[in-house]
Design a protein around this ligand. Structure first.
Ligand code: GLP
Length: 240
């Protein structure tokens, strides 16, 4: 793993944006795997600035997001579809019909998951951006005795709902389920970019990067991937 530690959060954002922008320049029809949460917000801001300054076009780029809540429509401000439009898609030149997220409103969620996997399989993600949950989740793959390889419906851990409640009016409003790419889908990306910040993630960063590979910490499976770049602020890296 290529682990890079940053003193300054803006530098971290710029480094992540640099990697994405360079890929878009080198491969104008690249396929990006994208993530949500608070961690990527600054990365997307920096990517928008870089794209404007360096005239990086996303016209032929395709994107696939990791996950989405079940039961939230794309116009719900808490949905990841809304987040992606707000933080990235509306501010770059990507055609919206080349941006894909799991559909948490699908009538038949299992059929949707199978379809999403077929799409991922034929698209082949060049670079997958990932954040890290406090419990070691990637996407919404929660710690468990077993993990699911493909896209699937997951029941969220109470700790995850509590961690994400800050985006909702109350804990009751946080959906109990989500659709997420599985760890197998994630590990199929040619390159993975894991970004983590904050002292509250130092322990889980240590478990993910240098602990045993275990389904108790889904991010530890990234140790099995041949091309992972990890960008950390110094607080998140403090226990390495
Ligand atoms: C959320 C998302 C993940 C994200 C993680 C960390 O629940 N499903 O994709 O990486 O939790 O979020 P944050 O960056 O806000 O800490």
């Amino acid at each position: 793993m290529d682990i890079r530690i940053f003193e300054d959060n803006q530098e971290l954002d710029q480094a992540a944006a640099r990697l994405i922008a360079d890929l878009a320049k080198a491969k104008p029809d690249a396929v990006l795997g994208l993530a949500t949460g608070s961690t990527p917000v600054g990365i997307y801001r920096s990517l928008i600035e870089t794209a404007a300054a360096e005239r990086v076009s996303f016209k032929r780029i395709t994107t696939y997001n990791l996950d989405e809540y079940v039961g939230l429509t794309p116009d719900n401000e808490q949905s990841y579809a809304y987040y992606m439009n707000q933080h990235l898609f509306s501010k770059i030149d990507i055609p919206l019909n080349q941006t894909f997220l799991p559909d948490g409103m699908a009538d038949d969620l299992d059929a949707f998951c199978a379809k999403y996997d077929r799409m991922l399989e034929s698209a082949r993600v060049d670079l997958q951006l990932l954040g890290l949950g406090h419990n070691g989740h990637i996407g919404f793959n929660e710690p468990d005795r077993e993990l699911t390889a493909g896209t699937h419906v997951v029941t969220l851990d109470e700790a995850t709902r509590e961690a994400n409640a800050r985006f909702f009016a109350s804990l009751d409003e946080v959906p109990k389920q989500a659709v997420t790419m599985g760890v197998g889908s994630i590990l199929k990306a040619a390159r993975i970019l894991l970004v983590v910040r904050g002292a509250d993630k130092a322990e889980v960063v240590k478990r993910a990067l240098s602990g045993p590979v275990t389904t108790d910490c889904p991010a530890s499976l990234l140790q099995l991937h041949a091309d992972v770049t990890v960008l950390l602020d110094k607080e998140a890296a403090s226990l390495l």
